[in-house]
Design a binder for this molecule. Structure first.
Ligand code: SF4
Length: 266
């Protein structure tokens, strides 16, 4: 197994085990030794670190001909086409995707939108109700705040950047995505980032940060410093939906945005 796939698997297993061990009542019990052993599991440096496109080979699918629109499912993954990957191809695959149960409740898939050569990519958590209705990312109230951050704060336009989410379909009632959904959907995001190769990724909120950085540290621990995602500089800030509920923290996001601007202009 490649290094990134292994890291993702380890992270998902740890998350599931911890969640079930901390439940009330806990569904599983871990001895202190087992918990310590679990924490010590890391990705060996000796594992091959592949190019991003290689990570997602299993999930890469060919856009089926119109007369046989077979969906990409876990049991029947689509076959990778010989042609080069593209954002349009990824969007087409997402439109037909049935890898996780969210396909059954979505109105539209939300692949992402913006400049395919953007120097800055915003990655959020998942589509909400407005996004699900329109098939576009960040178009509700939180989306308006993100648009203000981009246009009023950064003096850029939404067309200059690329905006997407970890999940491409809306979780019912806007609940937090579960580890399985992230595991199935994440390869689409990896391929998008690999194609765009921005200078900076801005992870909006915990789900995006944890998915990209493969840890479960709090946002306050992750903010305020630079991280790296496959050689791309990454900054973590609050999700706009959180800022709507906690406007006092907008000033911290403004600090993060200034850092990103400085980096982009350096
Ligand atoms: S959330 Fe992602 S993996 Fe699940 S059905 Fe939608 S596109 Fe497929």
């Amino acid at each position: 197994m490649e290094k990134d796939a292994y890291a993702s698997l380890v992270h998902q297993i740890k998350t599931i085990l911890k969640k079930n061990a901390r439940g009330k009542p806990p569904l599983i019990r871990l001895s202190r030794e087992t918990a310590a052993l679990l924490e010590s599991v890391t990705v060996p440096d000796t594992m091959q670190k592949p190019h991003l496109e290689e990570v997602s080979v299993e999930s890469v699918s060919e856009s089926p001909p119109d007369n046989e629109k077979a969906a990409c499912t876990v049991e029947s993954p689509c076959i990778q086409s010989a042609g080069p990957d593209s954002l349009a191809k990824i969007s087409a695959e997402i439109s037909a995707c049935k890898k996780c149960p969210l396909y059954a409740t979505r109105l539209h898939t939300v692949a992402g939108e913006g400049n395919p050569s953007a120097s800055l990519v915003f990655v959020g958590e998942a589509p909400g109700a407005s996004e699900d209705r329109q098939g576009r990312p960040f178009v509700g109230r939180a989306g308006q705040l993100l648009t203000d951050i981009i246009s009023k704060g950064m003096k850029m336009s939404r067309d200059d950047v690329f905006i997407c989410n970890v999940l491409k379909c809306r979780p019912p009632e806007n609940r937090v995505p579960n580890p399985e959904e992230i595991m199935y959907c994440e390869p689409y995001l990896l391929r998008q980032l690999d194609l765009i190769r921005p200078k900076v990724i801005c992870a909006l909120g915990a789900v995006a940060a944890h998915t990209l950085l493969k840890n479960d540290l709090t946002i306050s621990r992750l903010r305020g410093e630079w991280h790296t995602y496959h050689g791309i500089a990454l900054r973590v800030t609050y999700h706009p939906a959180y800022l709507l509920r906690n406007p006092a923290d907008k000033v911290k996001t403004w600090d993060d945005v200034k850092e990103i601007l400085q980096f982009l202009n350096a």
